[in-house]
Ligand binder design. Structure first.
Ligand code: ATP
Ligand code: MN
Length: 464
């Protein structure tokens, strides 16, 4: 008989029919010769209850029905007398597809996040990680749907890149050279001419530069792919391998860009509330009691649009009133997460789009303001997270861009292809990067970015 997924089994009302379900035992309890199994197959956070009488099954089979075991159950769908579930399955036949002995690492309830990271290859079988991973999938669908419906094209930028290699300390090099036998010239430099690509290359830290090529041809594009940063920052918000969404739009100015950032994030949050209700309710109960309230709150709020300079004034005022920060926040300083969170969580109590940053703390490609001091960045700061989006209007003038590149002493040899966008038919354009896992952190209420991606990569950790 064809298998019915648990999510569908729980919706069926054809009581009396025969049904086959398969899944893993979440728990088993019993009394007076009757056992109750909570069976889950990953299709939903909810379990289907299997009821059976010990004496109707071989003793050997009953013994093998333990937490974590995989079962095939054939039985009768019946109306459930128990609260909280409409139906259950009265078992007629149970086959143990995969037994699970007491060395199974997920036997105990309430294991710590730290412990679960050490068994990250098995943790998707827990309720919480099941919920997180289903939400993660849904957010990917939301993102593709949003952009597709708004006329953006999914543009695939390369993961291996030769740009920004030199000097940038946070890239992972890609080479087929024998590192045990590395030849250097008299200056101590490595000759890459005989390496696979004939030059030094690395894994990309952003698809933006190539994304700009797409936007200045197709109008509006987005990327959605893996991104690699060898930043040795062991924080709860940084991964060495994460996923980034980078839309890039021709003919957008700062206002258009901020409107898109806000509309896009709200769309994703609304999608979660509309499509992940069971998982969100589970997380709201088990992980963060204010989660759903916070998600609904974001939809109601209009994001504050705050120039950096005004943000600094607010922070200075807070310090004068006795607020203590670990890091300095004078005009010109890069804001730390504590400053961002103060503005969002304590001062405004709603998301903030911070704009017009000092050029010294931002990237070379951002559009310079008339004041010659600030650039048209538009970062989105969120409660619990801090920076969730980094965006900006791009400098479209070849001369101004070159002046900034020269001022920074950057080499242009590997950037000529990028500069071609400004050489030929340059256009005003803007874009942003959203860290996918930071969005998942917000939507799930989880605290550590290692717990919202199946296999986290962080300094000194590349297991599984
Ligand atoms: P942060 O200051 O938090 O390190 P950033 O300024 O380096 O961020 P951008 O270069 O603007 O970030 O990247 C765009 C977005 O990518 C960020 O807003 C963030 O959501 C995400 N992001 C950046 N670095 C990481 C990382 N190491 N792990 C996960 N997400 C990241
Ligand atoms: Mn960073």
């Amino acid at each position: 008989m064809k298998r019915t997924k648990v999510i569908d089994a729980l919706k069926r009302t054809d009581f009396g029919s025969e049904i086959t379900v398969m899944g893993w035992v979440r728990s088993k309890r019993g009394s007076k010769g009757i056992f109750f199994i909570a069976l889950n197959d990953g299709s939903t956070i909810k379990n289907v209850q299997i009821v059976g009488e010990d004496e109707k099954f071989p003793e050997d089979t009953v013994k093998l029905i333990t937490t974590g075991a995989c079962l095939r159950v054939v039985g009768t769908l019946v109306e459930s007398p128990a609260a909280g579930q409409a139906s259950e399955v009265q078992a007629k036949e149970i086959e143990v597809l995969g037994a699970c002995d007491n060395t199974y690492p997920l036997q105990k309830k309430g294991a710590s996040w730290e412990y679960l990271r050490t068994v990250a290859h098995m943790r998707p079988r827990t309720n919480t990680f099941g919920a997180i991973l289903r939400i993660r999938h849904n957010m990917a669908m939301a993102i593709h749907t949003y952009f597709h419906e708004h006329g953006f094209y999914y543009f695939h930028t390369p993961l291996i890149t030769a740009s920004d290699c030199e000097g940038a300390g946070n890239m992972f090099q890609v080479t087929t050279k024998n590192l045990y036998d590395l030849k250097k010239d008299e200056q101590g430099k490595i000759d890459y001419s005989d390496d696979f690509f004939g030059q030094q290359v690395a894994l990309t830290v952003s698809g933006q530069l190539e994304g700009e090529l797409g936007a200045t041809a197709l109008g509006q594009i987005y990327t959605f792919g893996p991104t690699f940063r060898a930043e040795n920052s062991n924080t709860p918000r940084h991964l060495a391998e994460f996923w980034m969404i980078e839309p890039e739009m021709a003919f957008y100015d700062k206002q258009d860009l901020m409107d898109l950032e806000e509309d896009f994030i709200k769309y994703c949050v609304r999608w979660a509330l509309d499509n992940c209700r069971d998982d969100l309710e589970f997380l709201n109960k088990m992980v963060d009691k204010t989660l759903i309230e916070r998600l609904e709150g974001v939809l109601k709020e209009t994001f504050v649009r705050l120039p950096y300079t005004e943000g600094i004034e607010i922070l200075q005022e807070a310090i004068r009133n006795g607020k203590k920060f670990e890091f300095p926040c004078q005009w010109g300083d890069d804001l730390a997460s504590e400053h961002e969170r103060y503005l969002v969580e304590e001062h405004f109590r709603k998301p903030v789009i911070m704009t017009d940053y000092p050029k010294e703390i931002k990237a070379f490609y951002m559009k310079l303001n008339e004041d010659g001091k600030t650039m048209q960045g538009t970062d989105v700061l969120f409660p619990q997270i801090g920076e969730i989006i980094g965006g900006s209007v791009r400098e479209e003038s070849y001369d101004k861009l070159m002046a900034e590149i020269n001022r920074r002493g950057m080499e242009t040899e590997k950037l000529e292809w990028y500069l071609d966008t400004r050489r030929w038919g340059s256009c005003p354009h803007a874009g942003f990067g959203l860290g996918f896992e930071r969005l998942i952190l917000f939507v799930t209420g989880m605290q550590n970015i290692r717990d919202v991606i199946p296999f986290p990569r962080t300094p000194k950790n590349c297991e599984f």
